[in-house]
Design a protein around this ligand. Sequence first.
Ligand SMILES: [Cu+2]
Length: 347
Amino acid sequence: MNLPSSYPSFKENLFDVKMMRQCFRKILTLSFFSFTILCSLSVQASVREYWIAAEKVTWNYAPSNKNLIHPDDSLDVWGKTLNYTKYRYIGYSDGSYSKPLPQPEWMGILGPQLRAAVGDTLKVHFLNKTDRPVSMHPHGLKYDKDNEGADGGKGGSIAPGKSFTYTWVVDEDAGPGPKDLSSVVWLYHSHVMAEDETNLGLIGTIVVTLANKIRSTANPTPRDVDHEFTALFMIFNEENDEESGMKHTINGRIFGNLSGYETIIGKRVRWHLVALGNETDNHTVHWHGQTVLNQGRRTDVIEILPASMISVDMTPRSAGDWLFHCHVDDHMIAGMATRWQVMQAKK
Ligand SMILES: [Cu+2]
């Protein structure tokens, strides 16, 4: 065949193809490294440290000493007293355990809110300041036997005055699943005699957010949410099963004495709902004034049972001072109710 003299030979052609392949490989390699560097810059896995002590406190189930849901009714029938000895997890700023971390009023009896992004590791330095062996057992996170905080292992039972550092890995299986929101809630609680210690008040929650949805490495809250609230629905048994000692609480408060659930019309609000307790702790969480989305289902009542952990979203539409309560009749009558406030947006 007569080819024009300028037409490349077969050898030259092969050389060009090789060069192109090499170039292509180099571009791919460079892109891969750039992508990896970008990812590590934007989503940096962190080791998050917390200092938490278990402490004996006096807890008042109704600090106002009033029935704020039905002001004409007295609280007298609900137990011999409103004050009881409880055990709580208290967060501190560092290992001196001298500066307690502030927490919002609405958290009530709950221990500090632990937070992480998927990929992080939690190091929880725990000090038992109480008079009985207790522990910290997390739901959902990855741990080895020593860090389970239950059922043997080094962290399974921490004696009074002793400390232990729990290491919990926030792997993909601890984060939101395909049908979850951008963050999920997990309980943590003491688990030496779990039923006794949760009734004493040793309970808190962990919120895990998708790594690509956190506000920043320093602030791993989900950026598609403006306000996150947590509510523990639980009946505390204070007087050996006597009905009058059954404290029907939201975060350890009764009859409207839990305050601080405040938001603004149009804000994106996420509610993390948890429960613990016994067979009577079957609760139907109900908001007045607003609906929520639960995995795409619209409702204004969410069913929870002991150790349930459910997160739902809402965008408040009506300003007001709205009831937030359990819809089980006996529980409503016994004070498992408070209010949440929706304010007008400032113009
Ligand atoms: Cu209930």
